[in-house]
Design a protein around this ligand. Structure first.
Ligand SMILES: Cc1ncc(COP(=O)(O)O)c(C=O)c1O
Length: 434
């Protein structure tokens, strides 16, 4: 145990020092493919090594091969935060090593998961009484939703979504042998309603906060149509859902309370370390109908439905511990304050782009994502993005909107300050002039 204490202290010191210096590290890893593999031994050691050797190689071998998602200058895809309470809770979850296959194998794991998802639903303004559980990712949540939808509507095999829906919907449909029907988006990249036919649809996936531009699909109208057609409505709010903690943003979420299922990723914009994807449904019986399979060895005398009966995995990690820790240590006010600051920074950046001759904002901004480009060809914008990312000073990503290549700056790291956004803008303009 004394080695565990000493190694633990060293690991925690490493973690604290890393978070203090991460702003100075190149955000996007600058290594060539294969470089990290080449620096690692070909075989595991025969003799035991001390843990300090692992920490040493973390610094000397692995660090150059890390893209720093914890950097305040990480603006690519959707920026995330492994916050301090979440990090510590992960350590405790690994220490406890709970395996939630049945309620009795960890009553605290299951009941904390249910309670924490109830808390989060309340924080986001969702209705009371929803079934909630945690999935590893939103992609798995899509499989859960579409499998339940398929089982609930025998004979119907079509999933309707928009051309801007995240590819996880297409992947889930493919796995479940459902036919995907992606309808066009409008000028604001929101799903168009004209021409939607739900006659043979078992499900509709609507997105609040699409991946490319954070567009919002017309959820109330889709809920009306799903109700008439008997189709399952899944609302994918993987990124933007966390913003509903701010009551002034709730109008953007209109209609999601009528969904059959909803996915929100606390590991995206709610300061919870990867992985933690919240899944709610008002139709738990349909989930059980699709997923419940209890072999003899898992039969138990207590009258409790285990969470494994609502989705794919049998064994579940104690993910609720980190979400619970984050919700407690931030509190409603801390979550609101951080998200509002991100919205302020995104608005500031958007303003700089708008005011700068030769640059343009390319999509309406609802949340903390700004889509923009400089005047010039797609190739010039793509080359600009490559140059900016190669500096290591900031990391941005891209999307294709209306056939054009656009740059995306997504704010979502709790440590991002105005200066970091300013650095990104300075680098963009400097590299555009180069
Ligand atoms: C809107 C949306 N849905 C789903 C996903 C997939 O998320 P995950 O990585 O949790 O599967 C993403 C990822 O960025 C997303 O933006």
């Amino acid at each position: 145990m004394s080695a565990f204490r000493d190694d633990g202290a060293a690991a925690l010191e490493w973690a604290a020092a890393y978070l203090e210096r991460v702003r100075e590290l190149p955000v996007l890893s600058q290594v060539e493919p294969g470089a990290i593999r080449a620096a690692l031994p070909e075989r595991a050691p025969d003799a035991p090594e001390p843990f300090e050797a692992v920490l040493r190689d973390l610094d000397e071998v692995l660090l150059p091969g890390l893209t720093h998602w914890q950097s305040p200058r990480y603006f690519a895809y959707f920026a995330t935060t492994g916050s301090e309470p979440g990090i510590l809770a992960e350590l405790l979850a690994a220490t406890l090593n709970q395996v939630g296959i049945l309620w009795r194998t960890s009553p605290a794991l299951q009941e904390l998961e249910e309670v924490t998802l109830g808390w989060l639903a309340e924080l986001l303004g969702l209705p009371e009484g929803l079934h909630g559980h945690i999935e590893d990712t939103a992609s798995t949540g899509l499989v859960t939703a579409l499998a339940a939808a398929r089982a609930a509507a025998p004979g119907k095999r079509v999933v309707v979504c928009s051309e801007h829906t995240h590819s996880s919907t297409a992947k889930a449909a493919r796995l479940l042998e459902l036919e995907l029907r992606a309808v066009p988006g409008d000028d604001d990249f929101s799903m168009r309603l004209d021409g939607i036919d739900l006659t043979d649809a078992c499900a509709v996936v609507a997105t609040i906060g699409t991946t490319s531009s954070a567009a919002i699909d017309p959820v109330p109208a889709l809920a009306d149509r799903c109700a008439v057609a008997g189709a399952w409505l899944h609302v994918d709010a993987a990124y933007a859902g966390s913003a509903a903690v701010c009551p002034e943003l709730r109008p953007l979420f209109a209609g999601w309370e009528r969904a059959d299922s909803i996915g929100v990723n606390p590991h995206k914009w709610l300061f919870t370390p990867m992985d933690c994807s919240a899944f709610w449904s008002c139709r738990p019986d349909d989930l059980r109908n699709a997923f419940s399979l209890v072999p003899e060895y898992l039969r138990a005398s207590e009258d409790v439905v285990s969470l494994s009966e609502y989705s794919v995995p049998l064994g579940r990690r104690f993910r609720a511990l980190k979400l619970w820790a984050v919700l407690r240590c931030y509190g409603r006010e801390g979550l609101q304050e951080t998200i509002r600051e991100h919205l302020r920074l995104a608005a500031l950046f958007e303003g700089w782009v708008r005011e700068e001759p030769g640059w343009e904002v390319c999509a309406p901004r609802h949340f903390s994502l700004v889509c923009f480009r400089m005047d010039g060809s797609d190739e010039q914008n793509e080359a600009l993005l490559e140059r900016v990312n190669a500096t290591g000073e900031a990391f941005l990503s891209h999307a294709r909107l209306g056939g054009r290549f656009v740059l995306r700056l997504a704010i979502g790291n709790a440590r991002t300050a105005e200066d970091d956004v300013r650095v990104a803008w300075d680098v963009l303009r400097r590299e555009a002039r180069a």
